[in-house]
Design a protein around this ligand. Structure first.
Ligand code: FES
Length: 447
């Protein structure tokens, strides 16, 4: 696949600081998820007890709202960022995807594509509508219409993989996706069957129906993320909004009001986004002061687009203070020697690479990533096999390198792709230490 990720603008952030921000924490994730579900359960109990009174309407609205914000828990787990433990990420991913009405494998692939081609309407599966924005779609989503997409799940459950899915999901994941879709259909049918058998709507009211009556506030926030901004540009500052919101909404929204930062650095977990914002805010457009401030711009824009389809908002960018820096490897005189095993190239200084970290190295226009794990050095090609992001900008987690673009992972020692959306393996190279440098061994080319 073409290297899309490296086309995107990124703000200048010190790598050390970024690595700290990208650290995962089980504790922070568990606290946030537990609180989210506790609020949901308490509101559920309250709503149930208020059935038959007028108070049930606001109570169910509050319950449905918190329920629909589970979408943002699922979203965070799409990126595997809320917890350090991968098992916890996956467990919460599947639970919240079910609550959201999404099949987790298909939805995760769609979201990866959204990050690769943010607001490129022809290829971004999460754009509600290309310009001119269809008002009916936007309004419908306030009431949950068009958010749950049962047709692909049913098709996949029947074993049908159409061209749209083929473009999104690699063949290696079809089997898992098909079985997961079957499980999903059975589980939803079980809820419906339970309701019919016991002649009660309650199981549906607390699950699937909540996706509709609670959609208003989450959709209101979701629309602020991109609607009305520039399309087809490789700069999240031009196609994504940051909007200030109150603390309660921020909690339920999992800090997605820092949406530009999230798109630029999706490997940074929700809890570190405010800190990231502090580091880069001078390089971003000013955030909208409120949701209303965003809608005051969005509504006239959408209306004007109905007549002038190209009309859009172009955010004002701050003056560039520094260049869009790329991490540069300290240049040095290159040393090359050859033996029966490989052609050995001197890369980076041993002392420059910290334990459990990665640094870039370029040779003959090829990008390499050099790693240090428990005192040993490893090397691989640096371009992620999914969409070409540079793994040397990623983070080392448990003997794997995590891609900064969509959080795919590779085993550093073997190059094996271990976490989607990475599927194809990396090429790895032997390393040697000599004269204070790490040498990587490139294969000998036979004549
Ligand atoms: S570019 Fe998508 S996981 Fe690396």
């Amino acid at each position: 696949m073409e290297n899309e990720f490296e086309k995107w603008y990124s703000c200048t952030v010190d790598r050390e600081e970024l690595l700290k921000l990208m650290e995962r924490s089980n504790k922070k994730g568990i606290v946030q998820v537990t609180l989210h579900f506790t609020i949901l359960i308490l509101l559920g109990v309250l709503s149930y007890n208020l059935i038959g009174t007028y108070w049930m309407y606001p109570a169910f609205f509050a319950y449905g709202t918190v329920y629909c914000f589970l979408n943002h828990v699922m979203h965070e787990t799409h990126h595997r960022t809320p917890f350090k433990s991968n098992g916890l990420n996956e467990f919460v991913h599947w639970i919240t995807a079910f609550a959201h009405g999404a099949e987790p494998i298909f939805d995760r692939w769609g979201h990866a594509q959204h990050h690769t081609y943010t607001y490129f309407p022809d290829v971004d599966p999460e754009v509600p509508s290309a310009r001119p924005i269809k008002i009916s779609i936007i309004v419908g989503q306030f009431f949950g219409i068009g958010i749950i997409r049962p047709i692909p799940i049913i098709k996949h459950a029947l074993g049908i993989v159409d061209d749209y899915t083929k473009n999104l999901v690699p063949e290696s994941d079809w089997k898992k996706m098909i079985w997961s879709s079957r499980l999903w259909v059975l589980a939803y049918l079980a809820i419906i069957g339970f309701s019919i058998y016991f002649l009660t709507l309650l199981p549906l009211i607390f699950t699937l129906f909540a996706r509709f009556y609670g959609a208003f506030i989450p959709s209101m926030l979701n629309h602020t993320q991109h609607v009305g901004l520039e399309e087809n540009v490789y700069d999240h500052r031009l196609n994504t909004r940051n909007v200030k919101i109150n603390r309660i909404l921020s909690f339920l929204y999992w800090n997605m009001e820092y949406h530009i930062e999230h798109h630029m650095y999706p490997g940074v977990p929700f809890h570190a986004l405010p800190k990231l914002n502090n580091l880069v805010k001078d390089q971003l457009p000013k955030p909208y002061k409120s949701v209303w401030a965003a809608y005051k711009e969005m509504i006239p824009t959408i209306l004007k687009q109905q007549k002038e389809s190209d009309f859009h908002v172009t955010p004002i960018l701050p003056e560039e203070k520094s260049t869009n820096s790329k991490t540069e490897f300290n240049k040095r005189e290159e040393t090359i020697f050859q033996d029966s095993e490989a052609k050995w190239i001197s890369s980076i200084k041993i002392d420059d690479l910290k334990s459990n970290d990665v640094l870039p190295f370029k040779y003959n226009d090829t990008d390499y990533a050099i790693y240090k794990l428990d005192g040993h050095f490893f090397a691989s090609t640096a371009k992620c096999t999914h969409a070409g992001a540079l793994l040397s900008k990623g983070i080392v987690i448990d003997n794997t390198i995590e891609c900064p673009a969509h959080q795919g992972r590779f085993d550093i020692k073997t190059g094996k792709a271990t976490h989607s959306p990475a599927c194809d393996h990396l090429q790895t190279f032997p390393t040697r230490e000599k004269d204070g440098y790490i040498y990587i061994g490139l294969p000998l080319i036979s004549n």
